[in-house]
Design a protein around this ligand. Structure first.
Ligand SMILES: C[S@@+](CC[C@H](N)C(=O)[O-])C[C@H]1O[C@@H](n2cnc3c(N)ncnc32)[C@H](O)[C@@H]1O
Length: 229
């Protein structure tokens, strides 16, 4: 289990600082020809503005019933159409190939093993139209940050502590109530390997959502890939 249901309770607060990604994914959605799909859609934080900006429904897949409930309610409030599906991204299967599949807010890091990610990437590649794109972002792998965070407690935005497992390259966020969200960090080469084995092509690796080049000081991987061939 990499995402406790209890995280849904204050997700709005957790995610309040994360806004820079919305315009980035919205531009990709505007350019996409064909269905739009968000993996690990959560409460619709990104899918709702995309549906509003494009006037098109977004298919949102998530394995958390509590997050999906929030997404459903927020979509109704916003007056947009989301096609929400309770499911695991590792089992992605679409009736119609997608123009854009995207996975914001580092959610691919919730998959514990390389095999889980490979399976997800292969499913994504098999679910894209010709010319379709797959985009995601994740923390740049950085042992120094992990070591600094290990054991640290923070009150904002919701009281929590970090725990770093070197052996598992896993960072846990643990709330006061004991709910755990785990992220398994991946290196740039792991991401490039996944792109390769899945039959995707790297279009761009940015260091941020403004399209900054990825450099040694970048702390985020922002990947845009396409279906090969
Ligand atoms: C950090 S939230 C991201 C939510 C949303 N994409 C956003 O950007 O705000 C992580 C989400 O990943 C979902 N999740 C974790 N593992 C999953 C899996 N294997 N398949 C589908 N969803 C998953 C959780 O339920 C949670 O809603």
């Amino acid at each position: 289990m990499s995402w406790d249901e209890a995280f849904a309770n204050r997700y709005d607060e957790w995610a309040a600082h994360m806004t820079a990604d919305v315009a980035f994914y919205t531009e990709l959605a505007r350019a996409a020809d064909g269905p739009l799909v968000e993996l690990a859609v959560g409460n619709g934080r990104v899918a709702i503005p995309i549906a509003r900006a494009t006037g098109r429904p977004v298919i949102g897949i998530d394995s958390s019933p509590a997050m999906l409930r929030q997404a459903r309610a927020r979509a109704v409030d916003a007056g947009v159409q989301l096609d929400l599906r309770d499911g695991d991204m590792r089992d992605l299967a679409l009736d119609e190939p997608a123009g854009l599949i995207y996975c914001p807010y580092r959610a691919l890091l919730h998959l514990p093993t390389w095999a889980d990610r490979r399976r997800t990437f292969e499913r994504v590649a098999g679910s894209l139209r010709p010319g379709g794109r797959f985009a995601w972002n994740a923390f740049a792998f950085d042992h120094n940050s992990a070591v600094r965070l290990d054991g640290r407690r923070q009150d904002e935005p919701v009281p929590h502590a970090f725990r770093f497992s070197v052996g598992e390259n896993r960072l846990d966020i643990v709330t006061e109530s004991g709910a755990v969200s785990s992220m398994w960090w991946a290196t740039k080469n792991e991401w490039l390997g996944l792109i390769d084995v899945a039959g995707l092509e790297l279009e761009a690796l940015y260091g941020g959502f403004e399209g900054e080049p990825f450099t040694d000081s970048s702390r985020e991987y922002v990947f845009v890939t396409g279906r090969r061939g």
